[in-house]
Design a protein around this ligand. Structure first.
Ligand code: PEP
Ligand code: MG
Length: 594
């Protein structure tokens, strides 16, 4: 009997489902970067011309890729726009030209130096998301290098059989080169949940596992592989028995996916008639298309920070308006809750100078920053108000810690309304105003705050951080970050009680709201709405439709009698299995189903 060649690798599952088939390993031989010192001005001019020709060719390639993006990928053309912007950014194009001239070196070497300088700038950025976007700069540099060296041939455009694509990394431009109908799955060395491969794979419902580190070296072209995008697993050359297990899992997943997506548009109503608003959290206007596909009934949280990080100057009122208006119109009168700028803390903006702080999470962030920078705040409020003429727009203030602060924010909003009236701009005079409840003091005085707003939305990401004193970005204390901590549950209940007593709605938009295992508990605690990552919506809606609000009220009451998060979790998990059976039973390999 021959020895088993089966090998299992674990990464990050970013697009669910199972793919089984032959691997196509995308050969990306690193482009050689030659070093050639130049001896005179005319050689430098030649090099500059050569670099400019590569810039033009790269621009043409990216533009063509962007123009080809249709169908499910159309919403993602902004990624290629970002690559085009990097291509034209001084940091790369002008800097390389300067280095050719001043250092008297060839274009490839100068480009490498410019890329290194950019890398250092990105490495000093605190925000993990922005830091990770250096991968876009590296990608654009690689394209340029390929054009400089004449190695711009891409085997992806030649795929004509069903394959699992295995690559070091994939860009949106790569994705547009392939005919996606032939692609069964993606696996890459690089990437995380926000990588382009992840976004693209989700848009096309192609199973994908990223962050496998060495997969492009471990898999040989033609190897038989299993991609488990739900569990984040790749099996290379599986044994017969493993293959059987995964074929069963594949069949079950496909049935489940069809069923769940077909039902995503049904309302989220419990079997005893309680209706919840299930919304999506977004960061980009371009996400609206996919959010609707997944059955969102509203945008419960539009995080607007990205508008301040994606360009070098502050966005103007007109730019903000165009963006908010697009979201409002595309949501077709469904509620859109725009959160005012929440910058500072762990969030960073390239356009704003933030003073270094010893405790940034407790510093000048969110509403505190906006109340200090009135001009910036008013510009954003004007744009939000003006967008309210085009849809059901609401405004939400983050990090409110007291009534005084809220009244100041509302005063600014009133000033802005006067200004718009004077300028003759239409807006919804009754636009709803809400706050995020994410500071423990806001929980304690929720009754007092409720008198001044139309809605609350509980931001558990920060509320847990501030109440349990757990830095949300510090991995060393991540195990103490417990959404089911009795203190968190009590705070949620207190906020719901205060909100309802004042006749206002109370939603949740922290990550906890999208955790399907927490949903029955949240319904039981009386929340009126849940807003989450759009991908979680179909499953959460399905669970809500199978719930009886009354039984979850009992579950919540019982859960609140436990003293520790572990006990609450164990109890809730047991109840889920008792009510839903297999849907919540542990799956083979330990991970929960779905
Ligand atoms: C939260 O704090 O729960 C929240 C939704 O806001 P953010 O994660 O953007 O701070
Ligand atoms: Mg927050």
């Amino acid at each position: 009997m021959s020895a088993s060649r089966e090998k299992i690798m674990r990464g990050v599952g970013v697009s669910p489902g199972i793919a089984i088939g032959r691997a196509l390993v995308v050969a990306r031989n690193p482009v050689q970067v030659p070093y050639r010192p130049l001896s005179n001005v005319s050689q430098a001019e030649q090099e500059a011309k050569r670099f400019q020709a590569a810039l033009a060719a790269t621009k043409q390639e990216l533009t063509a890729a962007r123009d080809q993006m249709g169908g499910a990928l159309a919403d993602y053309s902004y990624i290629i726009e970002a690559h085009l912007a990097i291509l034209q950014d001084r940091m790369i194009s002008q800097r390389t030209l300067d280095l050719i001239k001043t250092q008297k070196i060839n274009a490839e070497w100068a480009l490498g130096l410019a890329e290194n300088e950019a890398k250092q700038v990105f490495e000093n950025v605190q925000d993990e998301y922005i830091r990770s976007r250096f991968s876009d700069v590296a990608y654009v540099t690689e394209l340029l290098l390929r054009h400089l060296s004449g190695q711009n041939h891409n085997q992806l455009s030649e795929i004509r059989e069903k394959v699992v694509v295995v690559a070091h990394d994939l860009s949106p431009a790569d994705t547009t080169l392939m005919d996606l109908d032939w692609i069964m799955g993606f696996v890459t060395d690089m990437g995380g949940p926000t990588s382009h491969t992840a976004i693209m794979a989700q848009a096309k419902a192609i199973p994908a596992v990223v962050g496998l580190e060495r997969v492009s070296q471990e898999v040989a072209g033609g190897d038989f592989v299993i991609v488990d995008g739900s569990g984040g697993v790749l099996v290379i050359n599986p044994e017969e028995e493993t293959l059987h297990q995964y074929r069963d899992k594949q069949e079950a997943y496909e049935l489940y996916a069809q069923e769940i997506l077909a039902q995503a548009h049904l309302s989220a109503e419990t079997i005893d008639g309680r209706r919840l608003d299930v919304g999506a959290n977004i960061e980009l206007a371009e996400e609206v298309g996919s959010v609707l596909t997944y059955g969102a009934e509203s945008i419960g949280l539009y995080r607007t920070e990205f508008l301040y990080v994606s360009q070098k100057t502050l966005p103007t009122e007109e730019e903000l308006l165009a963006n908010f208006r697009t979201v409002a119109e595309r949501m077709e009168r469904r509620p859109v809750c725009i959160r005012t700028l929440d910058i500072g803390g762990d969030k960073f903006a390239s356009t704003l100078e933030l003073a270094p702080e010893i405790n940034p999470a407790l510093g000048l962030r969110a509403i505190r920053y906006c109340l200090r920078e009135r001009g910036l705040f008013k510009t954003q409020l004007r744009a939000i108000l003006r967008a309210s003429a085009y849809g059901q727009v609401r405004v939400m203030f983050p990090l409110i810690s007291g009534v005084g602060e809220l009244l100041q924010a509302k005063e600014v909003l009133e000033e802005v309304k006067q200004e718009l009236r004077a300028r003759g701009h239409p807006f919804d005079a009754k636009m709803k105003v809400g706050i995020m409840i994410e500071v423990p003091s806001a929980v304690a005085i929720a009754d007092l705050l409720a008198e001044h707003v139309d809605f609350f939305s509980i931001g558990t990401n920060d509320l847990i951080q501030y109440s349990l004193a757990i830095d949300r970005v510090n991995e060393a204390v991540a195990h103490l970050y417990q959404p089911m901590h009795p203190a968190v549950l009590r705070m949620v209940r207190q906020v719901v009680t205060a909100g309802h007593a004042a006749g206002i709605s109370v939603a949740m938009c922290g990550e906890m709201a999208g955790d399907v295992r927490a949903v029955p508990l949240l319904v039981g605690l009386g929340l009126d709405g849940l807003s989450m990552n759009a991908l979680a919506i179909p499953r959460v809606k399905q669970v809500l439709r199978l719930c009886a609000a009354q039984s979850w009220r009992d579950l919540a009451r019982h859960a609140m009698s436990y003293a520790t998060a572990a006990e609450v979790k164990r109890f809730v998990d047991q109840e889920l299995v008792r009510h839903f059976g297999a849907m919540f039973a542990p799956a083979p390999g330990g991970a929960a189903a779905g």
